[in-house]
Design a protein around this ligand. Structure first.
Ligand code: C5P
Length: 424
């Protein structure tokens, strides 16, 4: 469920005529529950899938498809001008073609021409339609016009077919919309062709077949990075341990692991093929020396002590692998540090020392403790770069923080479409 927002914004939800129109009901709820004023504008075809009454009940506002209804109010001009965000979902091939051409033959396309706020198209269609050169060109045109066109998920389409073209989950559409409300330029399509390897969540170190040593990591920051990177065009592999996330981000390959050593195996192997590696996982520093084959019994004399071994430092290992030439020299390596201040220094002092110790290119420093960072929706911290640059990351959603981290990453990637290297 969406958290109630402190500011009430005006959001237009445009609905195209695709079977995924029913899923948009949850997106409307996401925005109304956050306290926003939502106006739903369906196309005529959308009303063949979901009735106007449903959209009116969910948004609490009247619904029409035509420019010629309520002419005295000049609805298309008023709705477009006043909107803080327009979300089009499902964006069908036909709707995107009309929008790219600047047509204004219904209320939704006319509203798009008057809107000056961020516009998010969330496509859903069969793979052949998504990959057709006409659609590819229309998507490029819409992006050139300043709109964000989301990358669809892969998976089950209508009927038995599967492939790219599935509407991302409503929670993800809501998060992307929230991000654009907070930061209109948060999702440029600047990471096309960049291969990104991201770890997320906590590791679990088995004690016996039923018990493990774990931590409170929710994986939310790593998932937010994967989601935002994929939406900026990167090819993302997410290596995920234990997480508290409702679904998988669209267009992201997810690999599951449990223990630190499994994570190490995946990261080291896959890093050789990555342009960027981000270690957002909370890796256990220790693991039990041995894993009992059968459930450990309570016993007469109370619990036996657990003997621990030190886990490998995966981040340091990745940096060492790069120095040794096993990982390409140009691969950008990003670490995370969860710190509390103590008698030896503040959070930032510990972060600076860790950046030097680990040898990575960027280190995201979070202050933890007192309910901060672990498992929360919001985050704050600093981004420290090996060249001495220090950037404060203002308080906001983990998706917003991810977008700021990715801005820095994009500037370091040699071959990224958004890389700085082309300018030098
Ligand atoms: O040393 P510390 O655990 O505080 O460092 C945190 C950073 O190091 C994170 O990026 C985390 O993913 C990574 N790490 C690791 N292997 C470990 C422990 C932490 O890669 N065994």
């Amino acid at each position: 469920m969406a958290e109630r927002s402190t500011t009430r914004r005006r959001i237009v939800v445009g609905v195209g005529g695709g079977i995924a129109a029913y899923k948009v009901c949850s997106v409307i709820r996401h925005f109304t529950e956050a306290g926003h004023d939502v106006r739903v504008i369906p196309t005529r075809a959308a009303l063949k899938f979901v009735g106007a009454a449903t959209f009116e009940a969910l948004s609490g506002n009247p619904v029409t498809t035509e420019v010629f209804d309520d002419v005295d109010e000049v609805a298309h001009v008023a709705l477009g001008r006043q909107a803080d965000l327009v979300v089009i979902a499902p964006a069908t091939a036909d709707l995107m073609a009309r929008a790219a051409a600047g047509r204004a033959d219904d209320l939704l396309t006319a509203t798009l021409l008057t809107a000056r706020c961020p516009v998010l198209f969330v496509p859903a269609m069969h793979t052949e339609m998504w990959e057709h050169p006409a659609t590819v060109e229309n998507v490029a045109t819409l992006r050139r016009h300043g709109a964000t066109v989301a990358v669809p998920a892969s998976g089950r389409l209508t009927g038995a077919d599967t492939g790219a073209g599935r509407l991302p989950e409503p929670t993800e559409i809501g998060l992307l919309g929230d991000l654009l409300l907070a930061r209109p330029d948060a999702l440029p399509h600047d990471l096309g062709g960049v291969r990104m390897l991201i770890s997320a969540g906590g590791t679990r170190e088995a004690l016996d077949p039923v018990r493990y040593l774990g931590n409170h990591s929710s994986g939310k920051q790593g998932y937010a990075l994967a989601r935002a990177a994929a939406q900026r065009g990167a090819q993302v592999t997410l290596v995920a341990g234990a997480v508290d996330e409702p679904g998988e981000p669209a267009a992201v390959e997810v690999v599951r692991i449990a223990s630190a050593r499994e994570l190490q195996e995946q990261m080291i192997r896959r890093a050789a093929e990555a342009d960027v590696v981000i270690m957002a996982a909370a890796v256990a520093d220790f693991r039990p020396v041995s894993v009992a084959g059968a459930k450990i019994k309570k016993g007469e004399s109370g619990p036996a002590p657990i003997e621990l071994d030190t886990n490998p430092d995966i981040l340091a290992g990745l940096v060492a692998g790069r120095t040794a030439g096993e990982i390409p020299e140009r691969t950008v390596i990003v670490g995370f540090a969860a710190e509390t201040g103590d008698e030896h220094g503040g959070v930032l002092d510990h972060g600076r020392a860790k950046l030097r110790r680990k040898g990575c290119d960027l280190l995201v420093v979070n202050a933890v403790g007192d309910g901060r960072a672990f498992g929360t929706e919001d985050n704050t911290g600093w981004l420290l770069a090996a060249d001495g640059t220090e950037i404060g990351l203002p308080y906001g959603s983990k998706t917003l923080m991810a977008s700021r981290i990715l801005d820095e990453v994009a500037s370091l990637v040699p071959n990224g479409e958004g890389g700085r290297s082309g300018e030098v």
